[in-house]
Write a protein that binds this ligand. Sequence first.
Ligand code: S3P
Length: 185
Amino acid sequence: MDNKITNIKRRLHKPIVLIGLMGVGKTQLGRIVAKELGVKFVDSDDEIVKAAGMPISDIFEKFGEEYFRAGERRVIKRLMEDDSAVIATGGGAVTSPETADLLWSEALSVWLNADIDVLCQRTAGHTKRPLLNNNDPRAVLQKLSDERTPLYQKANIHIDTGNGSLSKMKDEILSRVESYLQEQE
Ligand code: S3P
């Protein structure tokens, strides 16, 4: 096994949680980081959809965002019990103080960041995100970025995803996790 992977596995006793705005690549990167580490990958949005038995857009439409956030809190609380998983969270998970506290105390948190232009490109044409189904998704992303950046900044590790390939970003995440764990010893 790769030295970096061995080092991480020896020291990591918490789930790795990816946070950041919609479209930044939490799910795609989370999946390949988990595969490389040989651990389970879970997407908290998928778990909410499973529990509710309906897509996120329907949950927002029928019950509203607060109801969604309560489900997200319950799901993330349960996911924190698995100490060897990689978890991709929905971009707004940190806006619930209770969920955010869980993330800061129970997980190794990695904030993935990217320019608004990149996020606009990556989210364009998808309809599954209710907050962006409007006339000006760029303005919404900018507003969410302004509101949430101070929250995301509390993460243990900050990574700019820029325009690097998925494989390069995966290596960057693993290197930063390895260094972080070594510094904590
Ligand atoms: C949200 C992000 C979405 C999803 C929901 C709300 C947000 O997840 O949880 O549509 O508030 O930023 P992704 O970040 O995976 O798109």
